[in-house]
Design a protein around this ligand. Sequence first.
Ligand code: COA
Length: 156
Amino acid sequence: MPGPMHGLSIRPANAMDGPAFDAVIGASEPVAWSTLNTPTSRSLVAMNANASPVGFIEARQAGDDIEIIMIATKRASRRQGVATALLQVLIAQTDGTNTRRVILEVAEDNAAAWRLYEQNGFIEIARRKRYYRAGRDGGPCDALLLARGFASEPAA
Ligand SMILES: CC(C)(COP(=O)(O)OP(=O)(O)OC[C@H]1O[C@@H](n2cnc3c(N)ncnc32)[C@H](O)[C@@H]1OP(=O)(O)O)[C@@H](O)C(=O)NCCC(=O)NCCS
């Protein structure tokens, strides 16, 4: 298993990053990344040592929560700590901003994602039964709602 990515850096996303986000998720058509760069959203880009985007996180303020809308790492760059670094920077930047929790929703059958979240201190706070009609095995799949607090204020 590869170690942490050498030369990884994280910066705020800007309106020019849409195509890079599309490339990270392997979108066949451009996605309307309308929440980039607005007063209520926070998006970060992870870049490798060659300044090439390898991952991103998109979150929005939802009252006193911040909600992660999407986190993704380019396929060839996975398991090298990119998503962990993005999550940690988002959490560090949000701590102390009157935000109570980081929340998100994940399909129960997305083991890579929920392990990432579990490893970063998220706990299950609710479950939407059969929220996804067609999960990875073709059948229905539950959605898990996860949350974590900050060093100063626990999620519970
Ligand atoms: C989920 C995802 C963002 C993880 O990105 P990543 O950069 O590979 O994550 P990290 O390298 O920081 O991994 C951190 C931990 O998550 C867990 N994890 C990540 N990928 C995993 C996998 N394929 N299988 C099992 N656990 C996995 C591991 O615990 C890992 O720690 P380890 O490598 O020390 O064992 C990436 O797989 C992805 O882009 N998936 C498609 C998009 C998606 O499903 N996003 C989440 C829902 S919006």
